[in-house]
Write a protein that binds this ligand. Sequence first.
Ligand code: SF4
Length: 896
Amino acid sequence: MNALSQHPPSVRTTCPYCGVGCGVLAKPDGHGGAEISGDPEHPANFGRLCSKGSALGETLGLTTRLLHPMLRGADDRLKPVSWETALDHVAGGLRQTIQTYGPDAVAFYLSGQLLTEDYYVANKLMKGFIGSANVDTNSRLCMASSVAGHRRAFGSDTVPGVYEDLDHADLIILVGSNTAWCHPVLFQRMMRNRQDRGAKLVVIDPRRTATADDADLFLPVAPGTDAVLFSGLLVHLAERNACDVDYITRHTTDFETALERAREIAPDVETAAAACGLESRDVQKLFDWFCGTPKVVTCFSQGVNQSAQGTDKVNAIINCHLATGRIGRLGQGPFSLTGQPNAMGGREVGGLANQLAAHMGFSPEEIDRVGRFWRASNMAQHEGHKAVQMFEAIARGEIKALWVMGTNPVVSLPDAGAMREALGKLDLFVVSENVLSNDTVNSGAHVLLPAAAWGEKDGTVTNSERRISRQRPFLALPGEARPDWWAVAEVAQRLGFADAFAYRHAADIFREHAALSAFENDGVRDFDIGALAAIGDERYNALDPLQWPASASGQGRERFFADGGFYTADRKARFIAVEPPRLRQSTSTRYPLRLNTGRVRDQWHTMTRSGLSPRLGSHLPEPFVEVHPADAAAAGLEQDGFARITTPYGICTLKVVIDDGQQCGSIFVPIHWNDETAASARVGELVAPETDPFSGQPESKATPATIAPVVFRLRGFLLTRERAVALPPGTLWSRVAIAGGTGFLVASDGDVGAWRDWATASLGDIEFAEYSDPPHGTYRLAAFVDGRLEACLFVGPAEDAPRWDAIKALFTADDVSARDRRALLSGRSADGIAESGPLVCACFGVGLATIRDAIASRRVVSVEDIGRALKAGTNCGSCLPELRKIVARDHAEEAA
Ligand code: SF4
């Protein structure tokens, strides 16, 4: 072994989670793992990572991986086959479908997790050679309304600003964005601006989130009314003569029409406030701050996008920035924060059914241009089905063959139960995946293709500020895993398109993508990276993060539109007259509440990667519903009890969290849990399949719902070395990664005798100790192999649920001492391992109990003290809002 292999160098790559696009240094350990740190030279994060990024090292490994192609046989079982067999089967199935039913009977459903190169090849095959535009992506669920809003206003899908604007803005407005949890590194950047320069932060959100806790002004807007608020702001700007008349005249059209409509919707502050359920003085304050602050950035995210009126909401925001000319200048502009790591790259290559490629659409000229560039034999002539419509077409039997790549639509789509049922109708159902098992794979996939995962992938991604970064491999491809672009190109070659898909590696694809962006462009399209069309393999491999545009003539620019130059026919922006807001589905006596969905701090999407990290799993280990105290009282719910949430589409049973940050009449459920990780928490099943008429993005935040208490007799937990366990029928469970194994939180109506029978039968010959008290409903069991704790089951009366913190600590020990063994069944460790409680700081593993003990002992009195004493909050800062809350609450309790 040489010195280099003993100390392998760090590889510069990019985080695979959110659209902030942080640079990561990965130092492989030579055993399939890697040490992870932030890349200090990456301009998106300058070395910082959030809790998710910091824990990436815990998510590497092959335990859950799909490593070989699999084909479903006549016995309905998936069996490993060679790539040759799998690819022949896919190509044969596609060919037969196209010949029998035509190209529109085929669809690809892609993902914002794919690299740009993967996306490019899949889009090219479908739109240029199969001849259909039925290519859509989970980005449809994420930021399609921003795309549609940009295109309506700017004539192009352009994010005008850059992250640096967040450092220079004097007013930052966050609309529908829990930035503190969903874009933590950017949020800390905003917080530094607030602290160092005194920038004001306004948060507009129906929920008082962790982000709102740090706001100078929090506006708990009524669901669906954001466009009213920004219509009111437009009117206010006009009446205060705060508009930039010169900019409006020279660079825009339709201002008067948009203003007239805004006056109909929100003629004054009082009307706007009443419609939005806000205090007039708060609305006045927002309007005055906006009027009086030239440097203002308005960031928006899923709370705006995931709406049946998402596009109008985006345009209502953009209207205010156009009216003041506050766009494309340092510290000024509307800013869409994308959810996924490569949503922007997908947009660049045309990964949406209503885009072609390189930011082109479906006009005859553009179809012709792309067709000539690709030398395509069969260009799609019209837009394809957007995500929800695609699955509805599958349900109607119109789409017969579907290829899903890198996403889990059975969890994430609305009305997910119906979507899963639809998949059963397919003649050919192909899934390219990293994992052997997830809800989509388990919905009857006919072919599984093992895809390269993060750490193995080689290509590029683009973040929210148009910055293209390399995702570089630092691990060898395991088993027979291959890049997605390779699998698509192999199928294309089998379909007879070898010349157009003869790529040797990712750099070939990137060069073609860059060349297409510049092809017959001449400044008529925003997306132009022609300067990279001829880069050599070496330069591609060493590519530093760079922002587009980067044209062949060397012209680039950091921001767009300060001096107009929009991508419409007359180069002027369009003001949009938005429609009066109206939620598509009304509440009723049967469904009196509104179901809102969203993310939690330490999990990502459907948890196939983040769910592998014990650290991340400790923060919020089980699925929950947040309910306002008044709604909880009305429904008879108890804190920490359980509730059944019912909508016209489905049912989930979740733990109750009563929280006055939740708006009365509205409940919140996270999106992450699914049938792999919990018994009854696949929230997509509850969500209405209503979509925005322009973007096709589903309304994920306002489904009418009802809630009722569910009572279980017993609660407890199981710790095991196994990953999958068949628990007794009727158990409500959720699964979480713990150090050394897996934890299940359980609740049931069974008696302790049934749990004892189940546990002892499951253990077989393994040595165990037990404590049983049937009259009090208590059963505890601890099983050992060679002195190591192998499994541990605690069940007890639901009102006195056993806690697992001390036992979890013992689970990591190779040899549990005799003393600890004796004490174990008491639920506490004999050698005084402190119960740290639910995790607050994921970076340093600091729990709630530890923090509260420190406050109670007066060792710490402030968040800064906590940082000094316990290190909590001193790395990524994602937990700072929570720490502030804990300190405030404990001090308030003490004062009382
Ligand atoms: S903010 Fe966190 S999740 Fe997002 S890219 Fe950065 S490290 Fe990854």
